[in-house]
Ligand binder design. Structure first.
Ligand SMILES: *Cc1c(COP(=O)(O)O)cnc(C)c1O
Length: 373
């Protein structure tokens, strides 16, 4: 239990973000990506609220286990959960978990496609296919389109329920980046070939947050946003000013101030005895790598302070050269509801907001508010 240290999540802001997303897209159906514990925000609370209050009917997760967790927590839900990577289809024990629970495996290889089509138990499971159009991670290959179509027809299926691909460089320009251009070309080729083979395609999706921030992929039936709904931009810094995204960051990372003291220039602080660069004030804050506040956040500037010296397991030192009003028992926020507060932090730490959020461990309670913090 903690009393002041928390990731405080404002569901009212999630609602605003959802409205904003709907305003900048074509009222596409939304597959809300809630993998990795809803990017660290707590998948149960986020999904339950999105389903009950925001009319979200489809969720995306990475593993079958994550899908089952959602099912267990929101039992009465009439929603679909798409599993993107760890499917376990070859495991007979877990097969029945997919059936009757509206959990849908996204097939990313011909082997899994064959497995699914050859199993009579799966005959009512719709086909969701993920193609590799150039990311070269998961996905059925472009050169396998023909074999794929053959397999589907042989199994007497008439349609693909959801055809999708994933973009490798959506944080870069969707118009000028050569990888993006090639992936879009392949995507169009893929759809044309499949339609040409007289298989029906019921649903399509291509866009993650970065693409959506640039208005790309909204001509498809579905969109697959993750990060943007939690707040931050996915775009590289130089593109951010052009982003269509004007959301709010839904979380505030708060930690309790344990001690505040004046320091002299050169005074050694904490493990490794890191000397203070000049006279000032050091604030010891109750958040460390045991909470997912990682060691390489050393040196990051937050407000008028700076993470000083080594990050400890349970606490971290913040150095203020011009002093601070903070005192023992106060709460220090590392980021708040402004998108800039998160992107400033992640840019300095040379990481991405995805990782800041996902790194936070169980030790940091997630608390939920509705309305302003
Ligand atoms: C995680 C993920 C997304 C969402 O990506 P964001 O950048 O968070 O919007 C979309 N599609 C797939 C396949 C994903 O794995």
């Amino acid at each position: 239990m903690r009393f002041k240290t928390e990731l405080s999540v404002n569901l009212g802001l999630l609602e605003e973000n959802m409205s904003h997303l709907r305003a900048i897209t074509n009222s596409n159906e939304i597959i809300f990506m809630v993998k990795a514990n809803a990017y660290g925000h707590g998948s149960t609370a986020i999904s339950k609220f999105s389903y009950e209050e925001l009319s979200i009917k489809e969720f995306g997760v990475a593993t079958l286990g994550e899908a089952l967790e959602l099912r267990a927590e929101i039992e009465t839900g009439e929603f679909e959960t798409l599993v993107f990577s760890e499917l376990q289809l070859e495991n007979p024990e877990v097969r029945e978990l997919y059936l009757n629970q509206r959990i849908l495996p996204v097939i990313s290889s011909l082997q899994d496609l064959e497995l699914l089509l050859s199993d009579v138990e799966f005959k009512n499971l719709p086909l969701l296919l993920h193609f590799n159009t150039g990311m070269n991670r998961l996905g059925i290959e472009m050169k396998e389109i023909e074999s794929c179509v053959k397999l589907i027809k042989k199994a007497d299926r008439k349609s693909i329920y959801h055809l999708m691909t994933h973009l490798a460089c959506a944080s870069s320009s969707m118009k000028t980046n050569s990888h993006n251009k090639r992936q879009l070309e392949n995507w169009n080729k893929l759809k044309a070939e499949i339609r040409g083979s007289s298989l029906e395609i019921e649903r399509t999706s291509i866009s993650n947050s970065g693409a959506l921030e640039q208005g790309a992929g909204i001509e498809e039936t579905h969109i697959r946003p993750g990060l943007m709904l939690y707040g931050p931009s996915s775009l590289t810094p130089s593109l951010r000013s052009k982003s269509l995204w004007k959301g709010a960051n839904i979380s505030t990372l708060k930690a309790e101030v344990l001690k505040t003291f004046k320091v002299d220039r050169g005074q050694p602080i904490g493990y490794g005895a890191t000397p203070c660069p000049e006279a000032g004030t050091v604030v010891i804050v109750s958040l460390g790598y045991g909470d997912g506040f990682l060691s390489y956040y050393q040196g990051v500037k937050v407000k008028s302070g700076k993470v000083h010296g080594r990050v400890n397991m349970d606490m971290v030192q913040i150095f203020f050269k011009d002093g601070t009003d903070l005192k023992k028992g106060d709460v220090f926020s590392f980021w708040d509801n402004s998108i800039e507060s998160v992107t400033n932090f992640s840019d300095q730490a040379k990481t991405v907001p995805y990782e800041l959020f996902c790194a936070l461990t169980k030790r940091v309670p997630r608390t939920y508010q509705f309305g302003k913090n």
